[in-house]
Design a protein around this ligand. Structure first.
Ligand code: SF4
Length: 403
């Protein structure tokens, strides 16, 4: 086992990370865990022996542990993971595709989920109870999911249902990016889970059963989906959980068809109409495609919008020589550019940083958790309690059963 001292570049990287006008992504090389500038806020109970391991040794140990576990293990990797991690994935995808892969697995003992906490929870719900789902770094959460605190959502539900005519039916839809307890909450109330791949179908599901939709946590995906379905903006209100009636009047609430939780994705909120205009000025003929977690204005200004899977398909299927300005997470955009050498693919935000919580899955955490599994010791297991599992499974299965 080899440990190295922090490199002399560490101070330079720290300086780069603290500069709000730049992003060091392009200059990042695989680093020992202890040299990652943000490691100080990541899961700290990893044994010290893993901290300074050089990337080559981490790689060798991950491969050895995977070989020892054989078919007992499946590794799932989200598109936003860095290259040093995604290379180990048996399956890659967005949260919807990964949920399907988790549900399809047979005869395995372990799922190593290289994504963020809510995705690992969904994998735990969708796999048999004897399968252990492991999140390499328990500090890999999602800032958007954290914006919908279950207590705040329950209180908002009570407040809006009390303010409306008791005959009014509200169907709750939660984005996959939410706590398992909120998936259980919607499951109990005839609601459904959605992803950016299937949000319009979940709106159809909801409007077949009720007059209003409560959508959380991402206001932008909800607004973009409602807009795509022809619902006027003034029939979609934003619910700010810190304000009485979410910051709305009773009349606005009564008139609204869609109630949007005031959450957002910090990564996608950075994209702007000005960036699209600049891309068009600098790259005549550019195709602009953005993720629906971007604001409504950005989605309207783009040529197309869609889930990460849709973005990947569009770029892969495009003719050679085409140019693409993409509004989503930088690791995915860089990979798309690498995998399409006959096209030019760039990120609309020249200083966009990776999803900071996805980025917490460092290879050293993979080595730690996988070597634990080889030794019969499950570390970082993500478990959903039985009652939450029952109702969130109902909501997830409603989604998976959509045509
Ligand atoms: S990209 Fe945004 S929504 Fe996705 S995991 Fe990161 S913070 Fe959450």
């Amino acid at each position: 086992m080899t440990a190295t001292a922090p490199s002399s570049d560490h101070a330079t990287l720290l300086e780069l990370y603290s500069d709000p006008d730049t992003c060091p992504t392009d200059r990042l090389e695989p680093l020992p865990l202890v040299e990652e500038p943000a490691f100080v806020s990541w899961q700290q109970d990893i044994p010290r022996s893993y901290l300074g391991l050089p990337p080559e040794e981490v790689d060798q140990r991950i491969r050895a542990a995977r070989a020892a576990l054989g078919e007992r293990l499946v590794v799932l990797g989200h598109h936003y993971q860095r290259d040093e991690v995604i290379q180990y994935a048996d399956f890659t995808g967005d949260s919807f595709k990964l949920a399907q892969h988790a549900a399809d697995q047979q005869g395995i003992d372990f799922v190593l989920f290289c994504g963020v906490h809510f995705m690992a929870e969904s994998a735990d719900i969708l796999t048999p109870p004897e399968v252990s789902v492991v999140l390499p770094n328990m500090a890999a959460g999602c800032s958007m999911a954290d914006m919908a605190d279950p207590g705040d959502v329950y209180a908002a539900w009570d407040e809006m249902t009390a303010a409306l005519d008791p005959a009014t039916r509200i169907i709750p839809i939660t984005y996959m990016n939410s706590a398992a307890s909120l998936k259980g909450f919607v499951g109990k109330r005839e609601g459904i889970v959605c992803t950016s791949s299937n949000a319009p179908k979940t709106f159809e599901y909801a409007f077949e059963r009720g007059e209003k939709v409560l959508f959380f946590p991402d206001q932008h995906l909800g607004r973009n989906t409602g807009s795509e379905m022809g619902i006027p903006l003034d029939e979609m209100i934003t619910w700010d959980w810190r304000l009485p009636l979410g910051g709305n009047t009773r009349e606005q609430l009564e008139r609204a068809r869609v109630i949007l939780w005031k959450g957002h994705c910090s990564t996608h909120q950075r994209f702007s109409v000005e960036q699209i205009e600049q891309a068009r000025a600098e790259h005549p003929g550019v195709n602009v495609i953005v993720h629906p977690e971007c604001s409504w204005e950005v989605v309207q200004a783009a040529d197309a919008s869609g889930s990460t899977e849709r973005i990947i398909k569009a770029v892969n299927a495009a003719p050679a020589g085409s140019t693409w300005g993409v509004g989503t997470e930088i690791n995915l955009v860089k990979r798309l550019n690498d995998e399409n050498p006959d096209k030019s693919v760039f990120c609309l935000d020249p200083v966009v940083c990776p999803c900071s919580t996805m980025y917490r899955i460092h290879p050293a955490y993979l080595a730690w958790t996988l070597e634990g599994l080889v030794q019969g010791h499950v570390v970082n297991r993500v478990r959903v309690d039985d009652e939450t599992r029952e109702w969130s499974l109902v909501a997830l299965e409603r989604m998976l059963a959509l045509p």
